[in-house]
Design a protein around this ligand. Structure first.
Ligand code: FES
Length: 136
C-alpha cells in the first residue's frame, strides 16, 4: 500500500485513509520506507506496531488474530476446560506462536515482553501514523 505522507520536523505523518472505511478490516500491514507496520482496528480504537516479533524477529503482524484462550474455573477451583475471552483479542506470531494483546501489544503473561508501538491516531476522521521516531 502506498500512502500520502507529510513531513513534520524529525518525524513524518502518514495518512492511511478514512477511519470509517479502514476499521472494518480489523488489520492492515503496510510498509513505510522499508519498515513493516501492522495497524489494528479494535472497535473505535486504533493501534500500530512494528512488524518485528520481539522473540526472533518474525513477521508478527501477519499472524492470526484470535481471542485470548482462558481456562474456565468453577467456584470449587476445578478446571472446566479452556474457553475464549469475549473481549481480549490476540495477535499470534506465525513463526513460534507467541501471543500479544492487540490493544496493548504486551505478552499476556510476561508484561516485560511486547511489540514496538508506532504512534497512530484518528484525526479529523483520518487514520494518521507518525513514523521516524521508532525505527528498528
Ligand atoms: S519470532 Fe515470533 S514467536 Fe518466535
Amino acid at each position: 500500500m502506498s500512502a500520502p505522507a507529510m513531513t513534520t520536523g524529525a518525524s513524518r505523518q502518514v495518512v492511511l485513509g478514512r477511519h470509517e472505511e479502514l476499521k472494518i478490516r480489523q488489520r492492515m500491514v503496510i510498509e513505510v520506507e522499508g519498515v513493516g507496520i501492522g495497524v489494528y482496528f479494535i472497535g473505535e480504537e486504533v493501534r500500530a506496531y512494528l512488524n518485528i516479533c520481539p522473540h526472533m524477529g518474525g513477521p508478527v503482524c501477519q499472524g492470526k488474530i484470535m481471542p485470548r484462550t482462558l481456562e474456565q474455573v468453577a467456584d470449587s477451583g476445578k478446571s472446566l476446560g479452556l474457553g475464549f475471552s469475549k473481549d481480549q483479542m490476540h495477535i499470534v506470531c506465525p513463526w513460534h506462536g507467541f501471543e500479544f494483546d492487540m490493544l496493548t501489544g504486551r505478552h499476556p503473561i510476561d508484561k516485560s515482553v511486547g511489540l514496538t508501538p508506532i504512534p497512530v491516531e484518528v484525526s479529523n476522521g483520518e487514520v494518521v501514523l507518525t513514523v521516524g521516531e521508532t525505527r528498528p
